[in-house]
Design a protein around this ligand. Structure first.
Ligand code: DGL
Length: 262
């Protein structure tokens, strides 16, 4: 048993979608969450900068005694996870666009991927497509501007709807029957996505798979916390904490949100 916290980081509030899945699967675990909103969006930055930011976040989480780190950001995972695994002694769980399940399930053989430029241009994304979807028509779409709107608290706004519509319509016209959400911010757009997508298009997001994988690795490495604990959750943001707090309003349990300059 190991009651040290799980560390989680993202470029902002996107990883809260992953954090919520972790709570469901691992209800006894303490967590420390870093929202690097000051540096969002990561998706528009160079691979080298994304690696530097990911190292900075990892070191802060290690200073907090984290036993495992969930990189709750597709852009950071696809650009930096190999580097993080080589450099730091704790296990890392990453998230990348769920191309494989979408490709296996697609009847139209046409799958849309909505992700950041940083993810779509990464070597890891290209090798995943080559390995699991070489016979599928993959329609890639950069979600430019969506992360900024979500970070401004405008996930359900006319501006977000207009942008999303302009990204979805060409994919729908191409015949997609699955849409892969390749950015952890985008599950916050699900109410709008449901309104804007035809009902036959299935939205795939892999937050639950990340939580299951985290459980498996903790169990395998004998790092699970004692059962039936009352966990503590500490969220750090390097911008105004009000936005992060709104994403946690329905959450029960011991939660603390703090500003930290990082
Ligand atoms: N939420 C992140 C992701 O999953 C990063 C978005 C961004 O900062 O561009 O890709």
């Amino acid at each position: 048993m190991n009651n040290k916290p799980i560390g989680i980081f993202d470029s902002g509030v996107g990883g809260i979608s992953i954090w919520k899945e972790l709570q469901l699967r691992l209800p006894s675990e303490d967590t420390v969450y870093l929202a690097d909103s000051k540096n969002a969006p990561y998706g528009e930055k160079s691979a080298q900068t994304i690696v530097q930011l990911s190292c900075k976040n990892t070191e802060l989480l290690l200073d907090q005694g984290c036993k495992l780190i969930v990189v709750a950001c597709n852009t950071a995972t696809t650009n930096a996870i190999d580097h993080l695994r080589a450099q730091y002694p704790v296990p890392f769980i990453g998230i990348e666009p769920a191309i494989k399940p979408a490709a296996l399930q697609s009847l139209s053989r046409t799958v849309g991927v909505l992700a950041t430029r940083g993810t779509l241009s990464s070597a890891l994304f290209h090798s995943t497509v080559n390995n699991h979807a070489s016979n599928i028509n993959i329609i890639e779409q950069e979600g430019t501007g969506l992360v900024e709107l979500i970070e401004e608290g405008k996930a359900y706004s006319e501006a977000a709807r207009a942008l999303l519509r302009s990204y979805l319509q060409p994919m729908v016209a191409s015949g997609i029957d699955h849409l892969v959400l390749g950015c952890t911010h985008y599950p916050h757009l699900i109410p709008l996505l449901k309104e804007e997508l035809p009902p036959h298009v299935i939205v795939i997001d892999c937050g639950e798979a990340v939580a299951n994988q985290t459980y498996r690795i903790l169990e395998k490495k004998e790092l699970l916390a004692a059962p039936n604990r009352k966990p503590k959750h500490h969220f750090y943001t390097n911008t105004e904490p009000a936005l992060l707090t709104t994403f946690l309003k329905d959450v029960k349990g011991e939660i603390k949100v703090s500003y930290k300059d990082f």
